[in-house]
Design a protein. Structure first.
Length: 90
């Protein structure tokens, strides 16, 4: 399994999750878990995904997802799960 963590923060509007999920589906990236919270006009989303079947390297995938976020006025970050875990370890 090639697990990655995707986080999204921004101003909520129609289609944000759809655009991210469309990219993931088109690139054979499976969503394992997803949580999303909206507070007033702000959205915060976190996904755990499996990119095992994705033919793109991690850097390309992360850059493309970040560009999708920029186009929507959101900040999207992608991290490898092991790096994410090390950064958030107490």
């Amino acid at each position: 399994m090639n697990r990655n963590i995707i986080t999204l923060v921004g101003t909520d509007h129609i289609g944000i999750i759809a655009k991210v999920c469309t990219y993931l589906a088109e690139n054979r990236i499976n969503i394992l878990d997803i949580t999303q919270t909206t507070v007033r006009e702000f959205i915060n989303m976190m996904m755990i995904v499996d990119a095992e079947l994705c033919t793109k390297d991690f850097s390309t995938m992360a850059d493309e997802i970040m560009e999708i976020g920029k186009a929507m006025g959101c900040m999207i970050n992608v991290q490898r799960e092991d790096i994410f875990n090390m950064m958030h370890r107490v």
